[in-house]
Design a protein around this ligand. Sequence first.
Ligand SMILES: Cc1cc2nc3c(=O)[nH]c(=O)nc-3n(C[C@H](O)[C@H](O)[C@H](O)COP(=O)(O)O)c2cc1C
Ligand code: SF4
Length: 603
Amino acid sequence: MKNLERFITQRLADTGNSPDQLLQHLCAIQNFASHLPQTAVQQLAGQLHIPASQIFSVIDFYTFLHRQPRGDFNIVFSDNITDRMLGSQALLHSLCERLRVRPGEPRADGRVTLDLTSCTGLCDQGPALLVNGIAVSRLDEKRITQIARLVEDATPLPDWPAEFFSIDDNIQRYDMLLGDEIINGSAIETLQAKGADALLDTLEQSALRGRGGAGFSTAKKWRWCRDTVADTHYVVCNADEGEPGTFKDRVLLNSYADNLFEGMTLCAGIIGAGKGYLYLRGEYLYLRDALEKTLQQRRQNGLLGKNILGDRDFSFDIEIHIGAGAYICGEESALLESLQGKRGIPRIRPPFPVNKGFRGQPTVVNNVETFVNAAKIAVFGADWLRSAGSKESTGTKLLSISGDCSRPGIYEYPFGVTISQLLEDCGAKDVQAVQVAGAAGSTIPPREFERRIAYEDISTGGSFMIFNRQRDLLHMVQNFSHFFCHESCGFCTPCRVGSALMKDLVDKVIVGHATRYDLTEMQNIGRVMQQASHCGLGVTAAKPVLETLNKFPDIYTKHLANRSYEPAFDLDAALEVSRQLTGRDDAGAHISYEPETQQQEKP
Ligand SMILES: Cc1cc2nc3c(=O)[nH]c(=O)nc-3n(C[C@H](O)[C@H](O)[C@H](O)COP(=O)(O)O)c2cc1C
Ligand code: SF4
């Protein structure tokens, strides 16, 4: 305990005692002590001048933070639908048996803990798991047997076979973004030569739109931020990449980090920011050391830090903040809360981050791919981006393709590519459906395979999951509904309650206990979630259910216990006593529970 106390004291001495650092302190302490004991929380509370209760509430918000000790080997199994399609459940079962452990329950000797998490961003080389934060991909029975033995022998991670930890970029198709290289510093030099106004105009002419999913104009965002008068401005890169089935930012962070930091520095030069943050999802912890090295190299080369490339008026640096397993922290305002060391609860907007973002100051938040595009536009010009894609969707899009195909991986295509083209190129056969844009995206049936990937048609952050005709699509819906129920931050009722009800109803269909009435209920709940939720998570969480109910009704009806509604309890009869007491027997005093759809579908 003395060691832990010293560790915390030293850490605070090194990094300062700003409460913004709370989440980073908690991650570091957990890394040191395997969990977050009460004594550590009390010490932090005292030294950061924040209540211990606030620190506990932050710990309880993030899936990767724990109050109870974890095992020496803390294993987290990836549980996206694509992992399941590759046999992850049988492998999980096998590992549990070999290690004599159950998910969520630490083994008595403290050797190992095993948990499930949603997508770890390795769908192209799954099934996958994280052990003490480090990714192990391409699991099979042989690898599981080896892992069990290494854990039982207490073999330290550095002595595990190196190939376990080898993560491939797996780029299957290059286009301009991945293919056209720029020299480090060249975007900053262009900024220095032409000035911020000219560069902002170039960005505007390129019509670059955000690659994180929403597709907002990047030039507009940067201009609004720049025009907001304030003491200071910030640049934030959203590298949370939590959308199930998305892994393209992993590849950019691994092999194009210089381009990303160049784009962030360009943004800083244009909006007048002195500080930037890379918010890296906890599942990508294994990328951090290499990213830190790239940052250090850029500082040494005068591309970051004080007086960038000799410009006395331009100083900017980037800090990496690590997330802790909360999908909602990809939503930009929740991300900013998390960056300030708090629970990732989405803010009420307006004000938008460009006016009031990190620490209440104007902040640009962009996706990794957006910054990489911006750096290249600065060097190659607006026409470079406009040479590909359509008028509304200029340039290319990185797609993370996984599921039932022979060549999963990263594909870069000009906007406008059709789904059928993508399926052909990645070797997909006998396709039943494609889920584009992740769990919150669209389920596309074969009759829509001529639709295009573009903001004006099917917009996506990059996830593209393929399901052949042997799959029961309802398992996909079930996986996503469990995901949303788990990831709802709980702030607003429609999402918190709606996602739980939806999950239970999907489970009810799967086990064969549901009736048509339940399907109508799912539609009603979904509509309430869409209309009344506070943020994008709740608004889109019902989409997999609503879309499949509409486009693939058979996947539900074949599971129904009974095509008609069979109430387990006669509510109208139960009200008879009340009717007698009040002397009423009119229509309004009776309950009718015949749902609309059932009435229509009666033979
Ligand atoms: C629930 C939710 C999760 C999100 N996750 C991400 C994410 O992981 N990465 C990302 O870039 N944007 C994500 N977004 C979108 C961000 O809120 C924001 O629009 C984006 O970072 C802006 O960057 P861009 O303009 O470059 O796309 C998410 C939005 C929601 C509602
Ligand atoms: S919609 Fe869901 S995730 Fe968003 S604020 Fe409400 S409860 Fe939280």
